[in-house]
Design a protein around this ligand. Structure first.
Ligand code: SF4
Length: 577
């Protein structure tokens, strides 16, 4: 198996390939390798939006070879938090990288004009993108599809105007309806004058023992499609959580002022499936098809003239632009999601920023002059649409502050106690208890997906777990996800890829590992990420938890700040920090 890293220098217009066996031997692939490349490539203290800040993409040894191992990891310095930026996307990118023969791609420097990168195997071209600069992220995908070769084995990733204008939580659209959503990779692309990257390849992938490989493949495929471990994702999808979390008092509503939403049923996964769903799609090499696409039909002229827009949705998007903004009209919610898609913005951050702005407006921290007359009110879809336009356009200081993220905006205008970010990242849609809060603080990318603290809360609500037990569960997830993210599998398939099955799958392609090897790897990867974080100024003892987290009931009742403090102390002690 080739372990090749493709280096591209945008400033010098050069590219070359290096075989980095030692890197993949020691760090397996995916996030393990990407973290090392980031430590190598990123100068300490660099401005995340300067040419010196690198972008790394990495896949793992199982990508393309086994079902639901579909993701690519991006590592960068986040312009939103100023430390580790890490984001995952599905779609076809991992497949295209594998067929092009590159397990990792490093992008250095900045282009002197709007550009895009076109890669076919080892052939790399930096092409002019002046004519598509300013074009929205959806349309530019259609254009590049027409002008670039490689259809079927190709991936197109691109930014929209939010990335070009350096909105700190701009994301990247990957193929159809997938994203590097979190932590501002879109702005890093924009800062490099990089509109898109198109990659395709013609290589084959060989396995050392086809018989053994086929046996393990069939077993894993069978678990994915013939058992119920992934049923939820194919059926209603993650949006089934809207009704569930609403009943459990865990659904953030109106900027976390409440955790149950009277309009939840209207925007539930069940209603969207019945009234709007028209298609489900899959990432390449996934038999599940969890990507739910709604059809949004809107009238744009009299005489019954309509346009149809296709909008993908899942739980996080519905929380962020739905319950968190008091939006109960499903069509209005889909309009807001679609606006973020066109601009190329992280929906979660956008929803949290708008939630804070609405409450700040209610409390007169912000004036109508500052909003330019836009009524920031719960459930006011037209107002939110205009606000999204202005966040990207930045016509005044207020909207430019919103484009910096909720922590920066609240530092300027007040209302820090209800600015719902942890460690600088706008929070996910789970107000379930202390493990969710602690999990997002300690997680390497301050996301709910680092260690799934929300799920530990839900277990604790049933089994009365002690703070030590919840903390141990967070550490276990932190480390084991480091291994899984080195493969780089879809986290929805965690039930398929048990440790035993991971060892089998690696063995089937000639990589022999034991459970001890994987435990050690997970722990080392976690510590390496913290090495980068600390190097860039992250100090866990300085993280402030906004008061709102302690003012609103959760699935586990009211959270005592003392419990969070205790868990953080236990966490530091267990890690030996
Ligand atoms: S389960 Fe969904 S997100 Fe995961 S790989 Fe399959 S289609 Fe993609």
């Amino acid at each position: 198996m080739l372990r090749r890293v493709l280096y591209i220098d945008l400033g010098k217009k050069e590219s070359w390939v290096e075989e980095r066996d030692e890197l993949f031997e020691r760090w397996l692939g995916g996030t393990g390798v990407a973290t090392q490349l980031l430590l190598e490539e990123c100068p300490q203290g660099v401005d995340p939006l300067s040419p010196e800040a690198p972008i790394i993409f990495s896949i793992g040894p199982l990508n393309v070879l086994f079902p639901v191992v579909t993701k690519t990891v991006a590592a960068f310095k986040s312009p939103l938090t100023g430390e580790l930026g890490e984001s995952y996307a599905g779609g076809r990118l991992a497949m295209a990288m594998r067929f092009a023969g590159h397990e990792s791609i490093v992008i250095r420097g900045a282009a002197d004009r709007p550009s895009y990168i076109s890669i076919t195997d080892d052939d790399v071209k930096i092409k002019d993108a002046t004519s598509v600069w300013g074009i929205n992220a959806t349309t530019v995908g259609f254009i590049l599809r027409e002008v670039e070769t490689g259809v079927g084995r190709r991936s197109i990733i691109r930014i929209g105007p939010a990335g070009e204008r350096l909105v700190k939580y701009a994301g990247i659209i990957v193929d159809t309806y997938r994203h590097f959503g979190r932590l501002g990779l879109g702005a890093v692309f924009g800062s490099k004058n990089l509109k898109a990257l198109v990659i395709s390849g013609t290589e084959d992938v060989e396995v050392p023992d086809p018989g053994r490989y086929r046996k393990v493949y069939n077993k894993l495929y069978g678990i994915a499609v013939q058992t119920d471990v992934m049923d939820k994702y194919h059926d209603i999808g993650t949006s089934i959580n809207i009704n569930i979390l609403n009943q459990l008092k865990g659904l953030p509503t109106r900027n976390f002022q409440s955790t149950s939403f009277e309009g939840a049923a209207n925007i539930s996964g069940e209603v969207l499936a019945d009234d709007y769903l028209f298609r489900k799609v899959s990432c390449a090499h996934c038999p599940i098809g969890c990507v739910h696409i709604a059809m949004l039909k809107t009238s744009f002229a009299s005489h019954h003239e309509f346009e149809i827009r296709k909008v993908s949705y899942d739980y996080e998007l519905i929380y962020a632009l739905g319950s968190n903004l008091g939006v109960s009209d499903p069509a209005g919610l889909l309009e807001l999601i679609e606006a973020c898609e066109r601009y190329g913005m992280d929906v979660m951050s956008t929803g949290v920023v708008l939630g804070w702005a609405t409450e700040a407006y209610e409390r007169d921290l912000i004036t109508p002059q500052e909003t330019l007359g836009v009524p920031l009110q719960w459930n006011n879809i037209e107002g939110y649409q205009k606000a999204i336009d202005h966040i990207v356009g930045m016509p005044n200081e207020f909207y430019a502050a919103l484009a910096q993220g909720v922590e920066k905006a609240s530092e300027r205008y007040g209302g820090k106690e209800f600015a719902m970010a942890l460690a600088g990242n706008e929070v996910a849609g789970y107000h379930t208890g202390p493990a969710s809060i602690v999990g997002q603080i300690v997680g390497v990318r301050h996301s709910h997906l680092g260690n799934a603290g929300y799920s530990i809360d839900q277990k604790a609500a049933k089994k009365q777990l002690k703070p030590e037990e919840m903390t141990d569960a967070i550490i276990k997830e932190d480390d084991s996800r480091g291994v899984f993210n080195s493969l780089v599998g879809c986290l929805f398939a965690r039930g398929v890829y048990t440790n035993e099955n991971i060892i089998d799958a690696l063995g089937a392609i000639g990589i022999e590992k034991t459970q001890e090897d994987l435990d050690d790897l997970g722990n080392r990867i976690f510590e390496e990420k913290y090495r980068f974080k600390r190097r860039e100024g992250f100090d866990i003892t300085e993280i402030k938890v906004p008061r709102r987290f302690y003012e609103t009931i959760t699935t586990m009742g009211m959270v005592d700040p003392g419990t969070v403090e205790t868990m953080l102390e236990i966490y530091r002690e267990r890690r030996g920090w």
